[in-house]
Design a protein around this ligand. Structure first.
Ligand code: URA
Length: 213
């Protein structure tokens, strides 16, 4: 099967640690997706949201970014609120939810142990992030969820991290593209108040304001 350049194959061997972890979970939970999680949403979207990596029992289980764990609840709620989705999110890949003018991907496509990809894994998987960005011909804006996604996007564009620092609620131009950055919508960040629903809403309000309808 011909694979889009931005999509790793199911048995992508490029990160040995992640491939070994995947093998373990295929044995533990054969009914789970247990493979690099493909991007979700239309290729002709103007907005690309970049997360960190699939959660073990979330995207790694269901096969759709941010689907099946806590982080997705807040994200999909915001997408619905700001008109970036149609249908009802039900935390399953077959819930019928469709994204409108928005696509979601992850900086690292395979689930990492403890939710922590290494610097090398992030760099290796950037070989998929770059074509994912390049194949979106109508792209105007990106939302990076967390520092790792922010830095990986900045590097993917060949920009300097020092000139494009992460700031929650910040907006940086990468050439003609606007990069909006937010703290990650993880359970930890929301439970500790690092990211409140209002803070997250404000980010998407800015994005919607930038894109217009
Ligand atoms: N699920 C994802 O797909 N990405 C994240 O960053 C977190 C949860």
């Amino acid at each position: 099967m011909i694979q889009a350049a931005g999509t790793p194959g199911r048995d992508c061997p490029r990160c040995p640690r992640l491939a070994a972890f995947r093998k373990t979970w295929r044995a533990n939970e054969p009914a789970w997706f247990n493979a690099p999680v493909p991007s979700f949403g239309p290729l002709d979207a103007r907005l690309l949201i970049v997360g960190l990596a699939p959660g073990l029992q979330g995207a790694n289980r269901t096969g759709r970014p941010f689907t099946g764990d806590f982080a997705g609840q807040l994200l999909y709620e915001m997408l619905a609120r700001f008109g970036f989705s149609r249908g009802t999110f039900d935390a399953r890949a077959d819930d019928g939810l469709a994204l409108i003018d928005c696509r979601i991907t992850n900086a690292v496509r395979c689930v990492p142990p403890e939710n922590k990809p290494t610097t090398t894994e992030i760099a290796t998987c950037r070989d998929f992030l770059k074509p994912t960005i390049a194949e979106m011909k109508n792209l105007k804006a990106l939302v990076a969820l967390g520092h790792v996604a922010h830095n990986s996007v900045v590097t993917a564009f060949g920009a300097k991290k020092s000139a494009t620092p992460f700031k929650h609620g910040g907006k940086n131009m990468l050439g003609e593209f606007a990069l909006f950055s937010s703290y990650h919508c993880s359970r930890y960040n929301t439970n500790t108040g690092v990211l409140t629903p209002k803070m997250f809403r404000d980010v998407f309000e800015k994005v919607r304001g930038f894109l217009g309808r």
